[in-house]
Design a protein around this ligand. Structure first.
Ligand SMILES: [Ca+2]
Length: 350
């Protein structure tokens, strides 16, 4: 009996901590549609208990962006996620945000209350409020657009929510910044590719790279990662028929049409944030990203870090190891694509 007990103890499954990743999603949900797919995926991960969506902040200006985001959140059964906007952010037109005003038989096709009975909050205030209320070292910020909001957060001083300055609040509360921006590998024979999230507002991405605290790691998903794992058009055609109206499918078709496999740029930053240890991606050696005047993202490996074991990195200055960028081979790309399709297409659980 004792032996049996001993043997059964030996075969107990390894318990992996299942604390949901607490996420602030900072998005330019206006121009491109990968932001919409990434938000759908966050809701699936929240349905599975793998993450908790604390807030959404929007880094481009369009009066329909907050109502549309609220409609997606409502579609997935989370109508009260706080949403913040930034009036200083550059305006961007959209092919799909207008869906939020469309009606069938006089009723909104995608119900929401922001823009009707409620106003969005200020993105910068919402970032401060959300971080102040969170447990220390618990929040993952996923930035998949311009750096307008995070650059402004870093300029803030203490307020009613916290006495801490923006950088100190980040040091205390944020555990990871996952960014879709930049280009770190050769793109179409160019080793100086200027990626849109940087190029379209260089100064804020420069501020982010210069002033983000050295102690809080930044993982960059460069332009090439999303290109290597495009979202298959077959999924859009076949996987969303479980409801007659589907806001994600409609947005995709309005943006990309039925004959295009959209790169999964923003989705890859979400996937890494929630499942960093599943081998979907590899990471570069630790180093430092700087943003040059034309929007080129330069990555300098910390001195010697390429050849160091992780345990030896403690001797490297924090500033020289804050940043890493994601890499992916074609086998990983196949796994990533399949995982993303399954997460984006999963029906809402409530
Ligand atoms: Ca985006």
């Amino acid at each position: 009996m004792k032996l049996l007990l001993f043997l059964s103890l030996l075969t107990l499954p390894v318990v992996i901590s299942a604390t949901p990743t607490a996420i602030i999603f900072d998005t330019d949900i206006t121009g491109d549609v990968d932001d919409v797919l990434a938000l759908a995926m966050i809701h699936t991960l929240a349905d599975r208990g793998a993450c908790e969506l604390l807030a959404v902040t929007i880094s481009k200006e369009n009066e329909l962006a907050a109502p549309f985001t609220d409609a997606v959140n409502t579609f997935y059964g989370r109508p009260d996620i706080p949403i913040g906007i930034n009036p200083n952010a550059p305006h961007r037109d959209s092919k799909y945000l207008g869906l939020v005003n469309e009606k069938d038989d006089g009723k909104l096709r995608y119900p929401h209350d922001i823009g009707i009975s409620k106003d969005p909050e200020s993105a910068i205030t919402l970032l401060r409020k959300t971080l102040a209320a969170a447990e220390d070292h618990s929040v993952t910020i996923i930035q998949v657009g311009l750096a307008t909001n995070l650059a402004e957060l870093l300029q803030t001083k203490g307020d009613n929510y916290s006495q801490l300055s923006g950088p100190d609040l980040v040091r205390k509360k944020v555990t990871l910044l996952s960014v879709m921006a930049g280009a770190f590998e050769t793109i179409s024979n160019s080793n100086r590719y200027l990626e849109a999230n940087v190029r379209n507002h260089v100064s804020s991405m420069q501020q982010l790279a210069d002033e983000w605290p050295d102690e809080v790691p930044v993982i960059w998903s460069g332009f090439k990662i999303g290109i290597m794992a495009p979202y298959p058009r077959e999924s859009i055609a076949q996987d969303f028929g479980y409801l007659p109206n589907h806001i994600v499918k409609e947005a995709y078709l309005l943006h990309s049409g039925p004959d295009h496999d959209r790169p999964t740029w923003d989705l890859t930053s979400v996937l890494y944030s929630v499942y960093p240890d599943r081998g979907y991606f590899d990471l570069s050696s630790p180093g430092q990203v700087t943003v040059e005047e034309d929007g080129f993202t330069r990555f300098d490996p910390g001195p010697g870090t390429r050849f160091m074991q992780p345990k030896d990195l403690s001797s490297v200055e924090p500033a020289m190891k804050r940043d890493q960028y994601m890499t992916m081979d074609k086998h990983q790309a196949a796994r990533v694509t399949e995982a993303l399709v399954n997460m984006v297409a999963q029906p809402p659980s409530r």
